[in-house]
Design a protein around this ligand. Structure first.
Ligand SMILES: [Zn+2]
Length: 296
């Protein structure tokens, strides 16, 4: 993968990154957030805010400073992780704008009868639920929701028609692959959601973390290829007699900091679920993270 980590910015400052798009980055850097959450402001005069970010006072103040003189008409949420949606409540109190998203945390899995309770912002419930294909518009901007489950079951991307741009949330990021952590994370859904973007003709992706991606189709295609290669690594590990996730992770992620092994283990588990769905592998006993897996 050809990842990019070059990003010049100052925390708390709104950068005009395209004619219609400004970005304010929250000071919550980390192994999963890179330099922090990028909150996007779309338009001028009447604006939409995408992913207000973590419940961080300094970030909310910086956002309000950037929004001085603007009317916020929409607060859009790509998904309900704690670095994306919690500031929606404060922003709504300050602006009166309605919130939009696919649904509360786990909403996509709930449709399949699966209850997901961990790892998300359980407080956020959108005022208005969006389905893929629905459009919202404001002053000289049009945003279309694209339903892209995988990273979470309620993940939306938003396409800005006027700039052939897509706000990809955590579905596609330029600095790293995304985390697919079951039960809410779903590898099969993620691969389908990548294929959905490959079919489109977009000019640029604006992820929530990291720099923009200006070769969108190629980048989304290479993410699919990357996951297929990872799947092959797992099949090879199984053939080599590594039957547990604990044995597979150090063999597959050779350069990874061991503190990130639990996250890598979840990703391997997501692949194993996908391989089970394709009837390629089975487990001895219960199919869970501590199981012994083998080729079927
Ligand atoms: Zn996320």
């Amino acid at each position: 993968m050809d990842f990019r980590t070059d990003l010049t910015f100052d925390y708390g400052t709104a950068d005009q990154v395209s004619p219609l798009i400004r970005r304010v980055i929250a000071q919550n850097p980390g192994p999963f957030t890179f330099t922090g959450t990028g909150t996007y402001i779309v338009g001028h005069g009447e604006v939409a805010v995408i992913d207000p970010g973590p419940a961080d006072n300094d970030h909310i103040l910086a956002l309000m400073a950037a929004l001085e003189g603007e009317t916020v008409s929409h607060i859009l949420i790509t998904h309900t992780h704690l670095d994306h949606s919690p500031a929606a409540a404060a922003l709504q109190n300050l602006t009166g704008a309605e919130t939009y998203g696919f649904g509360p945390h786990g909403a996509g899995k709930l449709m399949q009868g699966i209850v997901v309770e961990e790892g998300g912002d359980m407080d956020f419930v959108p005022d208005i639920k969006l389905k893929g294909g629905e459009t919202l518009s404001g002053d000289k901007w049009t945003l279309e929701a694209i339903y892209t489950p995988g990273h979470t079951s309620n993940h939306l991307c938003f396409a800005l028609k006027e700039e052939a741009a897509v706000f990809t949330g955590d579905h596609i990021m330029g600095w790293s692959t995304t985390v697919i952590a079951p039960p809410d994370g779903d590898m099969s859904a993620y691969l389908n959601s990548l294929a959905l973007l490959v079919q489109r003709d977009d000019a640029v992706y604006w992820p929530t973390h990291g720099p923009c991606i200006d070769t969108p189709k190629d980048f989304a295609s290479s993410l699919i290829a990357h996951r297929h290669a990872r799947e092959q690594d797992i099949l090879n590990a199984l053939k080599d007699g590594r039957s547990t996730i604990a044995e597979m992770v150090p063999a597959i992620y050779k350069d990874l900091d061991p503190s990130l092994y639990p996250a890598a283990g979840l990703s391997v588990f997501a692949h194993l679920i996908h391989l089970k769905e394709k009837n390629i592998i089975v487990s001895a006993g219960e199919f869970d993270m501590s199981a012994d897996f083998k080729l079927s």
